[in-house]
Design a protein around this ligand. Structure first.
Ligand code: FMN
Length: 354
């Protein structure tokens, strides 16, 4: 299907604010993914016209400084850095971003303090924050957040309980005008991206769809697991006892998932038999997945590692370049706009006599 100029103009109008805020051609953020979103994928997303984001994860400040410098060597386009708010050296990491003149800092993994938001803005960067509920969206904007990401439960990695579609309905009408809002979680095709833009989003954030990019350094077995999986394979971690909380993480089920259930059962039984105190039992549960994402992404241990992935994994069917993925999204959005225009034009044509 040939795409009309009108469709390009319409799409451009829909994500203009997001594009201008990020300083890139298309308002598609490459959602930061620990171990996955390093220099190669980040630069590839930015070079393809999107907005790459480095996942700092648990990196110490000197490593983050090196990663930013290495990314700059691969792209002269803007990219951001995602910092986890509970990192013990958060302030130092913000300072590293400041020294490197990073334009956008994403504060993730819990509500950022207003002091952290202020620290980011003090060196002239934009602060982007995750808003898990309408009331928190307002609070974050009052605290100085320049833009919001709303990420639904369909997403890969750590997730909240509310779906993307509901968060979008709750937050976009109220906040979409106040600040740019980027929608994340379960977006696998351009039609979905377009629908969120039409609801008032300024752009979208994709994670899972970029994992199988040629430019992504994830282990070939990690990518294969994504290509094989369907949406229903990407499940949220299960907590078996309310006394022992489990952080909800969406990942492709594997042998590790089964073993996690056994470990929970076994330590909880030990606790009930008085062989373990509650704190040690909780710690054993929490430590189960320590280092597991690295084992899967870097070492390729897809049986015991953590295969964090969103439900959109069902739409990952092959390895592609980042540019192909972005072009596919744009093409799918343009096709909808063109089909709609064609439909409207046909409806306006005078009807012949029957
Ligand atoms: C393997 C993996 C690792 C992730 N790591 C992080 C992270 O370190 N920080 C973060 O804010 N989000 C992280 N995310 C979430 C992504 O940034 C993004 O918001 C999410 O993947 C969007 O949903 P989608 O996977 O349905 O596209 C991760 C997601 C995946 C799949």
């Amino acid at each position: 299907m040939s795409r009309t100029r009108e469709a390009y103009r319409n799409l451009d109008r829909l994500w203009k604010r997001g594009r201008e805020f990020l300083g890139c051609e298309c308002a598609i953020l490459g959602g930061a993914m620990s171990w996955v979103s390093e220099r190669n994928l980040v630069a590839a997303v930015s070079n393809a016209g999107g907005f790459g984001v480095i996942a700092c994860g648990s990196m110490p400040p000197d490593m983050l400084a090196a990663e930013i410098a290495a990314t700059k060597a691969l792209t002269d386009r803007p990219f951001g850095v995602n910092l986890i708010t509970m990192h013990p050296q958060l302030d130092e990491l913000i300072d590293v971003c400041g020294a490197a003149r990073v334009g956008h800092v994403v504060l993730a993994g819990g509500l950022p303090s207003s002091a952290s938001i202020k620290r980011v803005k003090e060196f002239g960067a934009k602060a982007i924050c995750f808003a898990p509920a309408p009331v928190l969206a307002k609070k974050l904007v009052r605290a100085g957040a320049d833009a919001l990401v709303i990420e639904g439960a369909e997403a890969g990695g750590h997730v909240g309980p509310v779906s993307t579609s509901v968060l979008a309905q709750e937050i976009l009408p109220a906040m979409g005008r106040a600040v740019p809002v980027f929608v994340a979680g379960g977006i696998g095709r351009g039609e979905a991206m377009l629908s969120y833009l039409e609801m008032g989003a300024s752009g979208v954030q994709l994670g899972t769809r970029f994992v199988c990019a040629h430019e992504c350094i994830a282990h070939p077995r990690f990518k294969q697991a994504f290509i094989r999986a369907s949406a229903r394979d990407a499940v949220v971690s299960v907590q078996i006892d309310p006394q022992f909380p489990v952080i909800p993480v969406r990942a492709i089920a594997n042998a590790g998932t089964d073993r996690f259930m056994e470990v929970q059962r076994s330590v909880i039984e030990k606790f009930h038999r008085g062989e373990m105190d509650q704190k040690s039992a909780q710690l054993e549960i929490e430590h189960f997945w320590a280092g597991a994402l690295r084992r899967a992404v870097i070492d390729g241990d897809v049986e015991n590692g953590s295969l964090m992935a969103g439900q959109s994994v069902g739409m990952v069917t092959s390895e592609q370049s980042v540019r192909e993925i972005i072009d596919e999204f744009i093409g799918q959005a343009l096709d909808v706009l063109d089909a709609r225009a064609a439909h409207a034009a046909a409806a306006e044509e005078p009807q012949g006599a029957l």
